[in-house]
Design a protein around this ligand. Structure first.
Ligand SMILES: [Ca+2]
Length: 211
């Protein structure tokens, strides 16, 4: 399986510069277009095209979605990468016509929902019915605290270990939900060049070349 062979390319530009001779480095600097040399953060903040982008539909009655897409996906975001997430749409959260965008309930709506007793919010510290994003290392587990997906609309530096990005909805009961959010994850790579024996596989980063 491809998943078990996933290993991240460790040749960040800094390491590469340290690891090769002066002549090679000079040639790179002369030949590479400036855009390719721009750091991931700069390219994100300048709104340049991402190296990878993936759009998924998060239906209101679906537990979660992810980057990379798929069931129990491998890590696809690596140290030095920069991520930006665009989320839109509306999810109906009950049978009475209440619906929210990815930001969930705010203001008086938030106060009302959180005032209800006996509700087991999956993420009590975040807005009711909001989209929630979490870094997760496969197979290590959670990395950091749950985040508002909408906070990731700004360029965000990835954790310092490989992760995937999992999206949830802060709703104790999803079976009465409808509608959907559209979540686009843009990833600016720290590096798309891989060590010998590995190749670059898009949203999965560097993976072992089949022998
Ligand atoms: Ca609900």
């Amino acid at each position: 399986m491809i998943k078990s062979k996933l290993i991240r390319c460790i040749w960040g530009k800094g390491r590469f510069a340290v690891g090769v001779g002066f002549a090679t480095l000079s040639a790179m600097a002369l030949l590479a277009p400036s855009a390719a040399l721009a750091r991931a953060w700069d390219r994100c903040s300048q709104n340049m095209p991402p190296d990878e982008t993936q759009t998924v539909i998060h239906s209101g009655n679906q537990v979660g979605v992810s980057f990379p897409d798929g069931t129990n996906p491998p890590n696809g975001i690596f140290p030095g990468d920069v991520v930006r997430v665009t989320s839109t749409g509306n999810v109906g959260i009950d049978y009475w016509g209440n619906s929210y965008g990815p930001e969930g309930a705010v203001g008086k709506h938030e106060d009302y929902w959180k005032s209800l007793q006996g509700v087991n919010w999956p993420f009590p510290e975040l807005n009711a019915f909001s989209s929630v994003a979490r870094w997760n290392n496969n197979p290590g587990g959670w990395v950091g605290v749950p985040m508002r997906t909408t906070d990731l609309r700004f360029c965000t530096v990835a954790p310092n270990i490989p992760v995937r990005l999992l999206y949830y909805i802060n709703d104790a009961k999803i079976s009465d939900n409808g509608g959907q959010w559209t979540i686009r994850t843009d990833v600016y790579r720290n590096a798309t060049t891989c060590p010998r024996g590995f190749f670059y596989a898009g949203v999965y980063g560097c993976i072992l070349r089949p022998s």
